[in-house]
Design a protein around this ligand. Sequence first.
Ligand code: AQP
Length: 323
Amino acid sequence: MARLSAITPSGHAHVGNYLGAVRRWAREGSPGDLYLVSDLHAMTTPYHPQKLRARAREMLAVLVASGISPDQVFVQSDLVRELGALTWLLECTCAYGEAARMTQFKEKTQGDGKAAVRVGLFTYPVLMAADILLQGASEVPVGDDQAQHVELARALARRFNGTYGEVFTVPTAVTPPVAARIRDLVDPNAKMAKSAGDAPGVVFVLDEPDLVRRKVKRAITDSLDRLEYRPDDQPGLANLLEIQAACTGKAPREVAAAYSSYGTLKEAVAEALIEELRPVRARTLELLADPVELDQIRASGAVMARERGAHRLESALRLAGVG
Ligand code: AQP
């Protein structure tokens, strides 16, 4: 049973990514699991090539610095030729109507300017299917927004196997255990997101301690002055309580009971975050400063992932009558 999880370098890694996903991958993953930095997925909307390259590198460093084994990580674009080939086979297996049903594409392309939307945004679920099927992943932990894409990967695997011959493991979407869902500190109705850019409500893994303090201090709460865990009525406060809970292993309600003012809670949250991020930040910076070590990790990850998928791609090409 291999699980495949991905992180897209569409911006810098933030504490939402870390507390909500990466830390759990490092703590709870199994040796057969794989983690990919999905840089090809960051190209479906306008982007800056140098920034993409730098962020993919940073993301790889963050994964390793967080404690994920270097043997289990790779950068998606290092397999661009293999994935390009498999994506084509799968695009020729996928019906237009099937791809057009993807609600994420529909949501992201509402309104005017549809003609300017990149075809890659439309076809990227097929690339995602190629990521999954090439590696023979049996489980793909995803949130609700990605479940439909895993369903597509399932359908394509079944159809390919049924039409040309058994090659692919049919993957299943699994709901990851409830981890922290971190919201933007300034706009607690939105989730903390990489694409928010250098926003004041986003705490990045590489933020310096003083910057973390400033951002947490300016977090939006409310004027109720009521230290209780009520996510619907007090989303900003609830977010701080959840962050503190994720850092300390306590329940948000327990955290609420331990503080007497929003100010002292904020101070505690800032310090807890700084401590939580300290080793990850230090190791990430160390890796980024030593190109040789990071290049080596990246290169061996690419070899591992390529070797792992080679026989599936070869069989798929042969059975499809090409290659
Ligand atoms: N705010 C969050 N709280 C908890 N978990 C989060 N994740 C993302 N944001 C939060 C989890 O991080 C993992 C990797 O995310 P992704 O790269 O697949 O992209 P995403 O979910 O779209 O993350 P972002 O940061 O919000 O990026 P953009 O702005 O580009 O969309 C996933 O497991 C995700 O659940």
